[in-house]
Design a protein around this ligand. Structure first.
Ligand code: ZN
Length: 506
């Protein structure tokens, strides 16, 4: 008589985990293993891995009809981490393990044919779900354990082979609970990229970077090739304060789900620079096996799009939703999955296809219609989500890097000003950790009303420059950040005047 056994595991669906029960029944009949419960190809292939791993671990693979059900059946399952719970369910169903001893634990791991346990993606999602569902132990592959340990409140065991786990569950050997070795270093390192002091000249662009960093404003740098736009974009990432421990966990979770980092914490603010040939799925996320895209890998950091007009129009348009909602929703089998995507966008563009339109020293070879159609590649709705535009002029390449001084004085003082300005925003938004970029027009009126003097200055400027209602509003948001950098509760005429410099010229 076979026993119906149940082993717990977790299905990552988007950013969240769902508890999965792996049920197994063995019965008389033609020997074979059938897996039901909306698994995909990776799970179908588990049959061969599980059979070989059990046999090669010198355990008994039942010569019976084996049925494995992944419940609930309506949730789509993907991934190789069900190998381990499936094999344990088979061992329990055939009486080789005591099913009662497996009740308080969750298991995840891919098996190799010889019974070794291989690393999987999404381990933080799995660990958080296991803990939140009240399980006391989680068994993970050795090569995932450092990441699993970022989740507190559940005992983590690192297992190398199926045999080792079997002996531990039989109480013939005792595996120790895993201990974090790098916990102290998890949070708070600044990116090793260029800093403000490395940039020669470009004072207006540098100031714009400081404002963008302080209020999380999306920024577009325009200018000819060789103006140092890429370097300036990199400086933006290093101006941001270090990741907090919560941000570190969230960012690591995304990188783990994407499979780009499976056994370490993300400790630096992400700086993602996808190439313009990247597919829409790579940039936004999704696909037949849904994964986070670049917009989510840039969460809590910077998304850098070099030469924005070179990206396909469809990709640029798909950016609008994450820019608006700060998360991205992708389709999956039986529904949708959501990933966070709260990033600062920094884009660059040439003024024309050849790059030298308006350049004092080099002649532009483009026709007027070429220039116009090039500039139109960024649609109005996309530009509406960019708060600041700065023109960067060309500096001789040999002057781009100044002799590096021993102290980064400008950089560290500006970094402190940015952190202070952000604290002002957090206290204004009370409970939530938000930045001025996310201010709604209603909130501006209630949280930071304009003085009559500033309001009339803005009205005059809006008429003179024919600002659209959206541009009008963006000027106020940027002015609010400039006032925060100045440690001022009110927006002064000077703050407003500076904000007007970064408006889009239409
Ligand atoms: Zn040109």
């Amino acid at each position: 008589m076979g026993i119906v056994s149940t082993i717990a595991s977790v299905a990552p669906i988007g950013f969240d985990g769902h508890l999965i029960e792996v049920e197994c029944d063995t019965s008389r009949g033609l020997p074979g293993l059938q897996i039901v419960g909306m698994g995909n190809k990776a799970i179908d292939e588990a049959r061969e891995r599980v059979k070989s791993a059990i046999t090669n671990s010198l355990l008994e693979y039942p010569a019976k009809r084996i049925t494995v059900n992944l419940a609930p059946a309506e949730l789509p399952k993907d991934g190789t981490h069900y190998d381990l719970p499936i094999s344990l369910a088979i061992l329990a169903s055939s009486g080789q393990l005591d099913a009662n001893r497996l009740k308080k634990a969750v298991f995840a791991g891919e098996l190799s044919l010889d019974g070794k346990i291989r690393a999987v993606s999404g381990i933080i999602t799995i660990a958080e779900m296991a803990r939140d569902a009240g399980y006391t132990s989680l068994y993970v592959p050795v090569k995932n354990v450092q990441q699993a340990l970022l989740v507190e409140g559940i005992d983590i065991y690192a297992v190398a082979t199926l045999k080792e786990l079997y002996l531990h569950l039989k109480e013939e050997v005792t595996l120790p609970t895993a201990k974090a070795t790098t916990r102290d270093n998890d949070v708070g390192v600044s990116p090793s990229g260029p800093v403000l002091d490395d940039v020669y000249g470009q004072e207006q662009a540098k100031r714009a970077l400081v404002i963008a960093a302080a209020g999380h404003h999306n920024l577009l740098l325009t200018g000819p090739p060789g103006a140092g736009k890429t370097m300036l974009a990199k400086v933006l990432a290093s101006l941001l304060p270090p990741l907090t421990s919560d941000e570190c966990l969230e960012t690591t979770k995304i990188h783990s789900l994407a499979g780009v980092l499976i056994n370490a914490a993300v400790v630096q603010r992400p700086f993602r620079s996808p190439h313009h040939t990247s597919s829409q799925v790579a940039l936004i996320g999704g696909g037949t096996r849904p994964r986070p895209g670049e917009v989510s890998l840039a969460h809590h950091g910077v998304l850098f799009l070099d030469e924005m007009p070179e990206y396909p129009r469809s990709v640029l348009e798909a950016l609008r939703q994450p820019l608006e909602d700060r998360e991205v929703s992708v389709t999956r089998a039986n529904g949708r999955a959501t990933y966070p995507a709260n990033f600062i966008l920094i884009g660059t563009m040439n003024p024309c296809p050849c790059g030298y339109y308006g350049d004092p020293t080099k002649e532009c070879r483009c026709t007027t219609s070429q220039i116009l159609s090039y500039q139109k590649r960024l649609s109005g709705p996309l530009l509406d989500r960019i708060d600041m535009v700065v023109h960067v002029s060309r500096v001789p390449t040999n002057q781009l890097l100044t002799l590096k001084s021993s102290t980064n004085s400008q950089h560290s003082s500006q970094k402190k000003a940015i952190a202070d300005a952000q604290h002002k925003q957090f206290s204004r938004f009370k409970s939530s950790k938000r930045y001025n970029n996310s201010l709604s027009s209603k909130e501006i009126h209630s949280l930071s009303p304009l003085s009559p003097e500033v309001r009339s200055l803005l009205e005059t400027a809006a008429n003179k420059l024919s600002l659209s209602p959206r541009s009008y509003f963006k000027v106020i948001k940027v002015a609010r950040t400039i006032a925060d950098l100045d440690n001022s509760d009110t927006i002064s005429p000077t703050h407003l005047a500076e904000a007007l410099q970064y408006r889009q010229h239409s």
